[in-house]
Every structure is written in C-alpha cells, then in structure tokens.
Design a protein around this ligand. Structure first.
Ligand code: NAP
Length: 518
C-alpha cells in the first residue's frame, strides 16, 4: 500500500550545492528571528500572558523566537480538546491515519533543511547533527505509519470449535508526551506521532529550551490535515504543568524521555490513582545513561580512538547514547589514550551555523553544571584534555574534556554529566572491562572494539545494555534498524523506532461469538 520504509539519507555537505542550500535555509530561518508562536489547542492558536524566550546557545542575545507558555488552565483545556478529538480519530481506519503520517513525512522531507537550520540555531547542532535529527524525525513518522497499518490486522488466535474468536488492538485515549531538548525534533516527533498513529490523541509539552522547532512542526501537522485536537501543543515549564498533566485523572498514558530524576518522579506520580480516574495509567520513562566503550588489544586501535572521540563529543556529548566512559585494556591503554587526547584536542570549537565540530552546550545552567562536574572530577582523576570554558560571542562553549586514570566507582564514572566529558578507565583484561562496563545503575548504549570472536560473543551475551555496538561508534541508532532504549535506570525499554513501539499505546480486545443456529 505504501512503498517500503527506508531511513532518510544524509547529505554530503562537501558538495557545493548542498552547502549553498543549507546556507540559504540558515538565512531564511535568521530572517524570522524573534517571531512569536502560540500554543495549539483544539486546532486554535492560543496566546498567553506568559511566554518562553528561546535563544541561540552560541549567541544567547540572539532570540530565535518567543512562544506562549501554558499554565495548568491551558494544560487542562488541551487535555479536554484531546479527548474531544479522540472518538473520531480512533474510529478512522488505521490506513487513513497512516496516510496523514506519510503526508506529514513528505512535508517534513520537503522542508528538511529549514527544520535542520532551526535546530542549528535553537539547539546548537552543526549541520550533520541537525540533519541527522531531522532525518530521524521523518523516519519515525514514515516507519510508525507502516507499523500502525500492520498492527491493525487481527492477531492470530487458536481456533475453537463452536465459536468465532478474534483479538485485535485498539487505541487507549488521550495521553501526554514530554520530550527532552537534546533531540528537539526527532524525540518530540517520535514520542508524539507513535501514539497518535496508533489512534490516540495527545497533549505535547516540549522542553522549554527548544520549543520553536516543535511549533514549526505543528504547522506541518496542520498542513498534513491532522484533525484539530489530535495533537495539542502546550509549551510551559515542566515544574509548573508537568505534575498537573501527569497527575490528571483524565490522562490515559504518559510518554516521557529525559533525566532519571524527572523520570522517577513521573513513575511514582503516574502510579497513583486520583479521584475520578477510571484506569491505571500506562507510563514510559526513557532516561539517562553512563555509556561505555571497551577497547581491547586486538582492536583496530586507530578506528577505535576515532569512534570514541566521535561518540563522546558529537553534539557536545549531549546525547543519552554518548560515550562517557572509555575502558581500555592495560596493554593498549596509553596508546589509545594518546590518540583520544589528540583527537579531542583537535576538534574545532565554534558556531554551529558555521558547521564547527563542537558547538555550545544548551544553556547557562548546563554550562555551569558541567563546569561544576569538571571541577569535582579534577579532585578524583587527572584532566588530560580540555577542562575549561571557551569565551566566544557569549555562547555556552566548553572544551572537549578527557579525564584519565578514573576509578570505576568515581563520580566521574557513575554520574551522568551530559556534556563533553569523557572518563578513561584502565582494565586489567576483558573480563574486568565487562564488569566495569556493567558497574553503573544505567544500561543504555555500549560498545566493544575487538577482533576476538569469543570476546565479541561474550559482550553480545553479558554486556547489559539496550543497544550494543561492535566495532563502530555507539551513537546514531536508525529508526527501524536499531530499536532504541535501555535497561535498568536508563528506562522502561520502550524501544523507540522498533516494531513493538506503537503496541505500548494500545490495548487488546478479544471478542468471542458462539455460533447459534439462525
Ligand atoms: P529533563 O530535565 O528531565 O526534562 C525532560 C522533560 O521533562 C522536559 O520537557 C521538561 O520540561 C520536563 N519536566 C521537567 N520537570 C517535570 C515535571 N515535574 N513533570 C513532568 N515533566 C517535567 O531532561 P532534559 O535535560 O530535557 O534531557 C536530558 C536527559 O534526557 C538526559 O538525562 C538524557 O540522558 C535523557 N535522554 C534519554 C533518552 C533515552 O532515549 N533514554 C534520549 C534523550 C535524552 P522543561 O524543559 O520545561 O523543564
């Protein structure tokens, strides 16, 4: 019915035509700096007295836009609008809903560089990182549209004499999606469109650091013909409206991605049944990581060092999948460490719009927090690269930082910093390396660089992470190719971009009809 799904290709920005097109998109986005965006509730643009100002982290006096900021009143109205839209949306054939998705993906694809350019300015992503995020967002829409059609088929059941038995999946109702800022389009879109293409309706509360990209996406949602109220967009402070939306008795499910701290809070609150609530809420919490790469003495050491640098410092280390621990077997420790230090120190730091390898971190708060962690780190290990802020245009820049001789139990090796900081840990042998790798409360991504088959097999079995990568970087999971989500305190293993994702937002109904004589 729809052509088969394929992940969206990335651009080769060494091609002059591609570079010119991206420059044009950046200029177009810059022309709209300072524009005001509304909430979207029941298809209506809603203004509020309070607003959120979104700034360029590379130049914080540059305002990307302002957006209305919802309070509990607007959040309640958005939930009501989502419930109002639910019966009609849920009753459409899955293929009709999927057609809306395929159309939306096409609109996003046509505007790929514009969306990427917004991210370059609003989130501080260089061209490749921004385009990869937008490509992933398109992939989520395209892939989930096809999954929605597949899941609409009745499920196979065992035949039983004298009865007709049928089991099928139905949507659940109106829920809430609360994404983080670090994949401001991909995660926002995936967390919203999955449940929606399964037939649910939604209140979408974006992260306050990056609400403009979502506002632009909402214009595309409307252009694709999604009925009013199916997705309601309510930026607002998580501290102010987050608890309200999570606690609300009319919230059917909560789809959260973000920090462990907030995830645990939501897990606890969503389990409580409030007055007037008729269901147990489904709640999914995808949280942080302290992801490790292991390199042994049989590996291609040069490739391993290059991929460690890429995994640790891509988008300034602000990925849940980023390598924050590098575990090196003793005999090759010094050689690989030298290459990693050299690679990290060679990364050029500068404005994302000029496509530097390393841009700013997202906010003043994050900048301060990371510097604080670096200061603490210097008390327990040796900083061998970076470690300082970089003063440029008032932006929130930091040097890529490498700590060596980090103890596996040190704060540097246990606490998620979520910035450009890599802790290098020495291991006596591969067994100890696996033990160290598994020795945190998290379990999101992990990597092994080795040519030893038995060790690779050992890692496949015993390295306890949701996404394990062998002989490559540990970031950049592709939708449909590497379903993504972790173990332990990394979350509920929802596996975004996997064939079961939409199933999380559906219920199974079984119908039995006894055959009676006419
Ligand atoms: P965060 O501070 O936990 O915020 C995530 C979202 O929760 C934001 O929209 C935030 O709104 C909202 N929020 C804040 N307080 C809330 C409350 N009391 N109730 C409900 N929602 C509330 O995380 P972040 O800094 O945006 O993102 C970074 C974290 O996300 C890292 O830990 C990273 O590892 C994790 N992450 C995990 C995955 C994964 O797939 N496992 C993927 C990406 C990121 P405001 O912005 O308004 O505060």
């Amino acid at each position: 019915m729809f052509p088969p799904y394929h992940p969206e290709p990335y651009s080769d920005f060494t091609e002059p035509a591609k570079r010119a097109a991206y420059e044009l998109a950046l200029a177009g986005v810059a022309e709209r700096f300072g524009a005001a965006y509304p909430l979207v509730i029941g298809g209506d643009a809603v203004e509020t007295d309070a607003t959120i100002t979104s700034v360029n982290p590379a130049r914080p006096d540059e305002v990307i836009g302002t957006i209305a900021s919802g309070g509990t009143g607007e959040a309640g109205e958005a939930l009501a609008a989502a419930w109002e839209a639910f019966p009609r949306w849920a009753s459409l054939p899955a293929v009709d809903r999927a057609r809306h998705g395929v159309k939306l993906a096409a609109i996003m694809r046509r505007n790929k560089y514009e969306l990427s350019a917004i991210e370059t300015y609003e989130a501080g992503k260089n061209w490749l990182e921004a385009e990869a995020d937008v490509a992933e967002a398109i992939d989520f829409v395209d892939y989930y549209a096809r999954q929605a059609v597949r899941l609409a088929e009745p499920l196979p059941v065992v035949p039983w004499p004298g009865e007709e038995n049928e089991s099928h999946l139905i949507p659940m109702g109106a829920g809430v999606a609360i994404p983080p800022w670090n994949f401001p389009l991909a995660i926002l879109v995936g967390m919203a469109i999955g449940p929606v293409l399964a037939g649910n309706t939604l209140v979408l509360k974006p992260a306050s650091n990056t609400p403009i990209i979502g506002a632009r996406w909402m214009e595309m949602v409307a252009a694709a013909g999604f009925p009013a109220g199916v997705i309601n967009y309510v930026p607002g402070s998580g501290g102010e409206i987050g608890d309200f939306l999570v606690d609300h008795p009319k919230t059917r499910f909560v789809n959260f991605t973000g920090s462990k701290e907030i995830g645990l809070r939501i897990a606890e609150r969503s389990a409580k049944v409030h007055e007037g609530q008729k269901w147990l809420k489904r709640a999914f919490m995808e949280m942080g990581g302290k992801d490790a790469m292991i390199v042994d003495e049989t590996a291609d050491l040069k490739a391993a060092a290059a991929d460690a640098v890429r995994s640790a410092f891509g988008f300034q280390g602000q990925k849940c999948s980023a390598a924050s621990r590098l575990i090196l077997i003793d005999s090759i420790h010094d050689e690989v460490l030298d290459m990693v230090v050299e690679g990290a120190s060679a990364l050029e730091i500068g404005p994302p719009k000029d496509d530097f390898a390393v841009g700013p971190v997202i906010s003043a708060t994050q900048h301060q927090s990371i510097l604080g962690e670096i200061a603490k780190g210097t008390k327990e290990a040796k900083a061998v690269a970076g470690g300082a802020a970089v003063d440029r245009d008032g932006g929130w820049y930091l040097q890529p930082t490498v700590f060596a001789e980090v103890s596996p139990d040190a704060r540097l090796a246990q606490h998620e910093i979520f910035g450009p900081v890599l802790s290098v840990i020495r291991a006596a042998d591969f067994d100890e390396a696996i033990e160290i790798a598994n020795g945190t409360e998290f379990g999101l991504t992990g990597g092994v660089y080795s040519r030893d088959r038995s060790r690779i097999e050992r890692a496949r079995r015993d390295f306890h992470v949701g996404n394990l990568y062998v002989n490559r970087k540990i970031t950049g999971a592709l939708v449909g190719v590497q379903p993504f989500g972790g173990f332990n305190m990394s979350g509920s293993n929802a596996k975004a971009g996997g064939p079961d994702y939409l199933r999380l937002f559906m219920e199974m109904k079984s119908v039995t009809e006894r055959w009676i004589a006419p």
